[in-house]
Structures are given as structure tokens and as C-alpha cells.
Design a protein. Structure first.
Length: 85
């Protein structure tokens, strides 16, 4: 499951606003804001919707190499990796 830090990092890679991600994931803006702040633990279906929207835009949170959490922009010549924090 995606973490709040990964979500923020993924948006940064895409240069997306919270509004853009909420629209793409078809979730409420307040839900996304609260999730990214760590103030709310959304339902698994909501987290899945966020991950699907990010994956469709070219970002993966599935990093099989290395340690820790992060996100990666896929589908480019040189994958860009961003460690959430």
C-alpha cells in the first residue's frame, strides 16, 4: 500500500497538484489532503484508486530493488527515482 510520503513524492514527479490526483483517482480532495498529512487512514479501495491513477500516469511505488520506500517514474529512458521522506 502507498504511504503518504510516497503519494507526495509521486505527485512531485508528475508535477501534479492534489486536485489533479484526486480527480484522476476519483476520490475526494479532502480525503487526499488528510491522507498526505497523515490525518486519515483511507479505505484500501481508496488507496488502490490512488495507486492505479499514479500507475496510469507512469509512476510506480513497487520498488523491488534496494531498501526503503520510494517512487519511480517509469517509461522514460532514464527512470527517475524519488525517495519519499
Amino acid at each position: 500500500m502507498i504511504t503518504p510520503a510516497q503519494c507526495r513524492a509521486a505527485r512531485a514527479l508528475l508535477d501534479w497538484s492534489r486536485e489533479q490526483l484526486a480527480t484522476a483517482a476519483r476520490i475526494g480532495l479532502r480525503t487526499l489532503v488528510d491522507f498526505e498529512r497523515g490525518a486519515r487512514d483511507p479505505h484500501h479501495a481508496t488507496l488502490d484508486a490512488i495507486e492505479r491513477a499514479l500507475r496510469k500516469a507512469g509512476v510506480t511505488t513497487d520498488l523491488t530493488e534496494g531498501n526503503g520506500l520510494g517512487v519511480r517514474l517509469i517509461g522514460t529512458d532514464a527512470d527517475t527515482q524519488f525517495n519519499g521522506g
